[in-house]
Write a protein that binds this ligand. Structure first.
Ligand code: 5RP
Length: 216
């Protein structure tokens, strides 16, 4: 039986078909999408990947995976999300790949986000905000996040693809997600955070039991 993540991934394929270079996100929904992309592999020249996890699967399937610097910009970036609101602002980073995901999303003309209805929220923030930090700044950043009203939890035994740590911040007030995204970004030692309010999705593919909805 096809689950909702698979349904969203199948619907995303029609967007990929228009391009020969594609930016690829990270996560279980993206893995379904990569399986879909494999069905049109001969039409894809190269892909840019947001994580070692996605790169491994892409290479196993025979895709040419290149560095973002090689292509400069991307016509399209396809990824999932942990939460998304009506303004297409997201929380991402459940898989810990938020930094490269935000870079690829920012470098892309179009950002297609694949979700199911369980990811849609009125106000972001039930899902914790992942903050990637340099290892030596873990304590400093955690204390600053506490002052901002958050409850940071160190994601132990997890190292990002760039060799850094993740703090998962619970209970942040995200009624103004852009303001918090920018505030966290300014803390010394922070590499990136998982609030995608500055670079929102352009198209949301949302799968539900009733079918797939496209929100532009
Ligand atoms: C990874 C992400 C993913 O897009 C997010 O965690 C959703 O994952 P899944 O498709 O497995 O539900 O941001 O860093």
């Amino acid at each position: 039986m096809i689950n909702l993540k698979q349904q969203a991934a199948i619907a995303a394929l029609s967007y990929a078909k228009k391009h020969r270079v594609i930016g690829i996100g990270t996560g279980s929904t993206v893995e379904f999408f990569i399986d879909q992309l494999a069905t049109i592999k001969s039409q894809i020249d190269m892909v840019v990947s947001s994580s070692e996890r996605s790169t491994l699967k892409l290479k196993q399937l025979g895709f040419l995976v290149v560095d973002l610097n090689y292509v400069g910009t991307l016509p399209i970036y396809i990824d999932g999300a942990d939460e998304i609101d009506v303004h297409k602002r997201m929380i991402k980073g459940g898989g810990g790949a938020l930094t490269k995901e935000k870079i690829l999303a920012t470098a892309s003309k179009e950002f297609i986000c694949m979700v199911d209805t369980s990811k849609q929220v009125d106000v972001l923030g039930k899902f914790p905000v992942a903050v990637e930090v340099l290892p030596l700044a873990r304590g400093l950043v955690a204390r600053e996040l506490l002052k901002m009203g958050g409850d940071p939890v160190w994601r132990e035994h997890f190292i990002t693809d760039s060799g850094n740590l993740i703090l998962d911040v619970h209970n942040l007030d995200l009624t103004d997600p852009l303001a918090i995204e920018m505030k966290i970004k300014q803390l010394p030692g922070v590499v990136e955070n998982g609030i995608f309010a500055k670079r929102r999705a352009d198209v949301v593919i949302c799968a539900s039991e009733q079918g797939v909805q496209i929100l532009c």
